[in-house]
Ligand binder design. Structure first.
Ligand SMILES: Nc1ncnc2c1ncn2[C@@H]1O[C@H](COP(=O)(O)OP(=O)(O)OP(=O)(O)O)[C@@H](O)[C@H]1O
Ligand SMILES: [Mg+2]
Length: 485
């Protein structure tokens, strides 16, 4: 099923995709003209006042005359611009210029005055309709917004500074929301419809998108956009209080000395962000291969090869899973392998790589404590379908991993490194670990901020020797039971 851009944007033909039957009211009259390669063609006349007809249906909320005019002009523009021709223009400035001319045409003879700023806003909105994410584009451009969660056309939340808040922005109706979802996913070669109602995609800037629609999403199409968490560098993380200078010094030393590091944390706790920040300490002389489900990492080094898994196509074929990529990466003469997140059997390949000459590899895992992270890995090894006895499995883990860094999202939305733990080996059947740093929560302030402090446990890690050999001295004060943060 392939709808024209116009249909998608105006929500015409929306019945096939909007299960509740709510479709946009397609304004009558004035068929958009597709003339001779001209991106838009306005009728020469027709700017009489009757042009801005009454709004209908679900749009009938109380609006100021200016808002009303804006909306009407907006609709007229979408109706009359040759959107398909416009979409072929890749230069956003050119599109904006074309739309600006059209707005001026439409407003000629109009009595309600629009200020320059309002005109610009209108132009911008239509540009977003044509090439962007529609009404949520401004949220997307707002760098303080980390996540945009659309639970339905009129139910939109954003996360700012770790806190979720509802916003007034809305789509016209379900068809409009679906049109935007459709545009996002079709641009990256995916599709979403009733036969394939759930899709993961990545925007050009690396943000992750998930869309799930009827019949799986019961009430309305749901769109979740999560900005990649890789923009915060190491020093910025210290500034934000995610860890102390001392902790960062130690961790950067671990990376330089090629220790194998596992970052553990819950959803959205900052695992990828920390992984990315740590990767900045990899010397630029090394060949790094990154493997991810959706390429989020932004390594600064020159010599980086990025690999990404692929979901199966509509016929269920062509899937490439992480395990395939890890195996392939090993044949690419990597110095280090970075796996964005281990979820399944690839954990075994990753641990084997760590044990066999690819020291200094990094990965993350979804777990709530360092101990939990280890048992997650055990479960994942089982997914790999080997019959390794428990003991051998744990041996494998204990000898591969050197450090587990636990990150957490605290109740006030802040993210912190809550533990730095060394994996020291095996004792009997149990993987031995010792904590070097921890974050101790003390209470909650009147404003709801979590109060606490970072502490060194006083333990000097055994890997200090390895760092020393690599030329990294760890002054004793790093491990003196102190507080900070
Ligand atoms: N220390 C921090 N302070 C403030 N914000 C942070 C911090 N670390 C990460 N974030 C923000 O938190 C969000 C989630 O971060 P990130 O994607 O790294 O988490 P994650 O644990 O990898 O999530 P997922 O489980 O989805 O993979 C991002 O918007 C990121 O910018
Ligand atoms: Mg992540």
């Amino acid at each position: 099923m392939s709808k024209s851009l116009r249909e998608r944007l105006t929500g015409r033909n929306g019945a096939s995709v909007a299960p509740n039957g709510e479709t946009a009211t397609a304004p009558d009259g004035a068929e958009g003209s597709t003339a001779s390669g001209v991106p838009f063609a306005l009728p020469a006349t027709g700017s009489a006042s009757g042009m801005f007809g009454p709004r209908r249906g679900s749009e009938a909320d109380a609006l100021s005359p200016v808002e009303e005019l804006k909306r009407s002009v907006h609709r007229k523009l979408i109706e009359r611009l040759d959107l398909e021709a416009l979409e072929l223009i890749t230069d956003e400035k050119l599109i904006a210029a074309q739309i600006r001319t059209a707005v001026a045409e439409l407003l000629r003879g109009e009595t309600t005055p629009l200020s320059q700023a309002e005109r610009e806003e209108l132009v911008e909105q239509v540009v977003y309709e044509v090439i962007g994410l529609g009404p949520i584009e401004p949220l997307f451009r707002d760098k303080t917004v980390s996540d945009i969660l659309v639970n339905g056309p009129r139910d939109i939340y954003v996360e700012r500074g770790g806190k979720l808040q509802r916003v007034v922005t809305h789509f016209r109706n379900e068809a409009h929301l679906l049109a935007v979802i459709d545009r996002i996913v079709s641009r990256v070669g995916r599709r979403v419809d009733e036969s394939s109602p759930m899709v993961d995609a990545r925007l050009p800037d690396g943000s992750r998108v998930n869309a799930i629609i009827s019949p799986l999403a019961v009430d309305a199409p749901v769109l979740s956009i999560r900005r990649f968490g890789a923009e915060l560098g190491a020093t910025k993380l210290v500034e934000l209080g995610a860890l102390t200078d001392e902790m960062l010094y130690l961790l950067s030393g671990c990376v330089k000395a090629r220790l194998n590091i596992l970052v553990s944390g819950g959803t959205g706790s900052g695992k990828t962000t920390l992984l990315n920040a740590l990767s900045s300490f990899i010397p630029s002389t090394e060949r790094v291969i990154t493997i991810e489900d959706a390429a989020e990492l932004r390594l600064q080094q020159e010599h980086v090869v990025r690999l990404e898994t692929r979901p199966p196509n509509a016929e269920g074929r062509g899937e490439v899973v992480m395990r395939d990529l890890v195996k392939n990466a090993l044949r690419m003469r990597p110095d280090r392998i970075i796996v964005g997140e281990v979820r399944s059997g690839e954990a075994l390949d990753m641990l084997q790589a760590m044990n066999t000459g690819h020291e200094g590899s990094l990965t993350t895992v979804h777990a709530n404590t360092p101990r939990d992270a280890i048992s997650r890995l055990e479960t994942m090894i089982l997914f790999a379908g080997t019959n390794l006895p428990d003991r051998a499995m744990r041996d494998q883990i204990a000898s591969a991993l050197d450090v587990v860094i636990q990150v957490s999202r605290l109740s006030d939305g802040s993210r912190r490194v809550t533990s730095v733990t060394e994996v020291t080996g095996m004792e009997g059947d149990v993987v031995q670990m010792q904590e070097i740093y921890r974050y101790r929560r003390i209470g909650i302030s009147a404003e709801g901020k979590v109060l606490g402090q970072f502490e060194a446990t006083g333990v000097r890690p055994r890997f200090a020797e390895r760092l020393k050999i690599a030329g990294i001295e760890l002054p004793a004060r790093l491990f003196m039971e102190q507080t900070g943060g």
